[in-house]
Design a protein around this ligand. Structure first.
Ligand code: V47
Length: 372
């Protein structure tokens, strides 16, 4: 249920969004058709005003971030996703790499003196690595830094491990948790709708499989994130379909913490002739996500892919989280992201304050570390 001032209400109604406004004011869930209308309405500011109201009623000005480190231990990947600039098909390809355990764990050891709370691990589907590589990686990181939360392995990787090593999703997840896994990141969701998914990534787990991995993870008590890769070859209806499917699983389990819309980047991949989504499209997608996902706490702008300035503006379009310090990101930078590899805590805090919001440092599970 939201409350709006009379001027905002008039602007929203003038944009033809009166019936949607009434639903939001009455606490009534938006439908698939409402989602499509929100995407098609020319007045992006009106859509943003609605999303901002929802965000402010839930969190006021609070804006979350964390101090984290990304580790992409290998870019060797059997899958052939056409939007991906990171993966190399084979070990031995001149641009392929696979970190030894010492190298991967060393990335964490190198930060021994620094305050971080999370390691984010996402890898290619590497056919040459044994199961113990992953469990030893987690154990090695935990041995170095028992305090760190490890958010690792997308549902696509979990599905791949299950097939490759002959285990159920439950077994894979249980063994990873025993080795130190704390939660799952939201990657690999792309677009669930079979038409778009077939084009984007025909040879990795389908939408139902992705959702099933998260369903099992939630049943085992893990919190997870979810994403949507937007602005490539999908239709607006397929975006709304994606949001509705995520909302359905969240109704069932309540296990998702954060939704992260990921803006398509077009360099160095097979979709390089497609234009990238505009800033307007990105802001609108953030806002529609906030409005459609009425059961999701957090909407995160991943500044690495959105760009720092757009991420800052998105704080007025329904977003309440900016991800973290990140440090050395590979997936987007190989796809042409022009953002820096790292933001310091002070830079993140300033960015949030300059948007008129209140920065809050969180850990992965949204426990407050400090109000900055
Ligand atoms: O699954 C890859 C996307 C994802 C491109 O859970 C691309 O907190 C756009 O999941 N253009 C991996 N997108 C990153 C990810 C993530 C990032 C930050 C935080 C969290 C979290 C998760 O990146 C992939 C894919 O959807 N991606 N290539 C590209 N060219």
């Amino acid at each position: 249920m939201i409350e709006l001032g009379s001027t905002t209400r008039r602007a929203i109604d003038a944009a033809g969004l009166g019936p949607i406004r009434e639903k939001l004011e009455a606490g009534v869930r938006l439908t698939f058709d409402d989602g499509v209308q929100l995407f098609n309405t020319p007045e992006v500011a009106a859509v943003g005003a609605l999303a901002n109201r929802v965000r402010e009623q839930r969190f006021g000005d609070l804006t979350y971030f964390n101090r984290n480190l990304h580790v992409n231990a290998t870019n060797v990947c059997e899958a052939s996703c056409i939007f991906c600039s990171f993966a190399r098909l084979k070990t031995g390809d001149p641009e392929s790499y696979t970190m030894s355990l010492e190298q991967a764990i060393g990335r964490v050891t190198a930060l021994r003196e620094e305050f971080i709370t999370e390691v984010h691990i996402v890898n290619g589907l590497n056919p040459d690595l044994p199961w113990e590589y992953y469990t030893d990686l987690l154990r090695g990181i935990k041995a170095e830094r028992p305090d760190l939360h490890i958010k690792g392995f997308t549902a696509v990787e979990i599905h791949y491990f299950a097939e490759k090593f002959g285990k159920s999703y439950e077994q894979v997840l249980t063994e990873l948790v025993e080795a130190g896994l704390g939660s799952l990141p939201g990657g690999g969701a792309e677009i669930f709708h079979p038409r778009a998914r077939k084009k984007l990534c025909h040879d990795k787990v389908d939408g139902d499989g992705w959702l099933e991995v998260h369903r099992v993870a939630h049943r085992l008590g893990l919190r997870t994130n979810c994403t949507m890769l937007f602005g490539s070859i999908e239709t607006l209806e397929e975006r709304v379909d994606h949001l509705v499917r995520l909302r359905g699983l969240q109704d069932e389990t309540g296990g998702f913490q954060t939704f992260i819309p990921l803006r398509f980047h077009n360099e160095n991949n097979r979709l390089r002739r497609l234009p990238e989504p505009t800033g307007y499209d990105a802001l609108r997608t953030m806002a529609v996500s906030r409005l459609m996902l009425d059961n999701m706490d957090h909407i995160k702008a991943y500044w690495i892919m959105l760009g720092i300035k757009l991420a800052q503006v998105s704080l007025a379009f329904g977003v309440d989280d900016l991800d973290g310090t990140v440090r050395e990101e590979r997936i987007y930078h190989m796809a042409g992201a022009k953002t820096p590899q790292e933001l310091t805590r002070a830079e993140l805090v300033q960015l949030i304050r300059d948007a008129g919001r209140v920065p809050v440092e969180r850990d992965t599970l949204y426990h407050i570390v400090a109000e900055a």
